[in-house]
Design a protein around this ligand. Structure first.
Ligand SMILES: C=C(C)C(=O)SCCNC(=O)CCNC(=O)[C@H](O)C(C)(C)COP(=O)(O)OP(=O)(O)OC[C@H]1O[C@@H](n2cnc3c(N)ncnc32)[C@H](O)[C@@H]1OP(=O)(O)O
Length: 259
């Protein structure tokens, strides 16, 4: 599939999406958001794809929404632009398939919000993360106020939003904002290793984990626990469950088919 502002690559069961506006630090304009949405839909509907990886070309993962567009936006345009960004982030978070943000450099503003919409974040030690919107006299508009707060807690999230500070990946790891920090030279291999490990698990179980965790986090504990039990009943109807249990009993590796 041909895109202008992103590159996509299918590699076995992995689907790589690389933001491709390196001269503009992969800033998110409307075109890029639309292409990202399309690429994610293609990956989601492809049965062979088990894990989606999002990264950036050049020295940035993504430096956020394209600020050069801001002065032309009417309040109505701004609302639509924010809504489009949010829709894309929501779509990524709600994919049936696991997603990994491979943070190769700056992840700022909408770039950090994109990473937060992914399930797992692996960052290069050299990367810097932050929500600098406050420095523009605005605030995060692609879900950051909510997802960052749920990820690292209110106090630290408010500090990042209120100061606009960029923090090094190691600090982000300490806060639980990124799962792992590795040298840039190992970033791709470590990400691939994690993606391949997850790609061998049951796609049905992975989809249910996402559903129960993502819906559960917004629900009272009792409802989340109830969803977990109901889903647990459903998973017992799958071929993958039979395969997993039989493989254990037969002392062999399971092969999951997503059925
Ligand atoms: C969802 C929302 C509301 C948002 O995301 S709002 C935007 C939040 N993001 C930001 O505020 C980050 C803005 N960028 C920066 O502060 C700086 O570019 C960084 C990331 C610190 C990097 O600084 P430097 O290494 O000196 O690179 P710099 O020369 O600034 O950037 C390279 C190019 O990318 C452009 N660029 C960087 N971030 C951009 C952005 N968010 N939008 C548009 N262009 C951007 C920048 O203008 C420059 O273009 P040009 O060469 O034509 O002048």
């Amino acid at each position: 599939m041909e895109f202008e502002t992103i590159e996509t690559k299918k590699e076995g069961n992995l689907f790589w999406i690389t933001l491709n506006r390196p001269d503009k630090l992969n800033a998110l304009n409307l075109k890029l958001l639309e292409e990202l949405e399309k690429a994610v839909s293609v990956a989601d509907s492809d049965q062979d794809v088990r894990v989606i990886i999002v990264t950036g070309k050049g020295k940035a993962f993504c430096a956020g929404a394209d600020i050069t567009q801001f002065n032309q936006l009417t309040p109505l345009d701004a609302w639509k632009f924010s809504r489009k960004g949010r829709e894309v982030m929501d779509k990524i978070e709600n994919l049936n398939k696991p997603s990994i943000a491979m943070i190769n450099g700056y992840a700022l503003g909408g770039g950090l919000e994109l990473a937060l919409a992914c399930d797992i974040r692996i960052a290069a030690e050299e990367a810097q993360l932050g929500l600098p919107e406050i420095n523009l006299g605005i605030y995060p508009g692609y879900g950051g106020t909510q997802r960052l707060t749920r990820t690292i807690g209110k106090g630290r999230a408010l500090e990042l939003m209120m100061t606009g500070d960029r923090i090094p990946a190691k600090d982000a790891e300490r806060f639980g904002l990124v799962n792992h920090t590795v040298p840039l030279s190992n970033l791709e291999s470590e990400t691939r290793k994690m993606a391949e490990k997850i790609s061998k698990k049951s796609p049905v179980a992975l989809a249910l984990i996402k559903e129960v965790v993502n819906k559960g986090i917004d629900s009272p504990l009792i409802s989340g626990l109830s969803m977990e039990s109901i889903g647990w009943g459903v998973i017992f109807s799958t071929e993958d469950k039979k395969e997993g249990v039989n493989a254990f009993l037969e002392k062999r590796e399971p092969t999951f088919k997503g059925k």
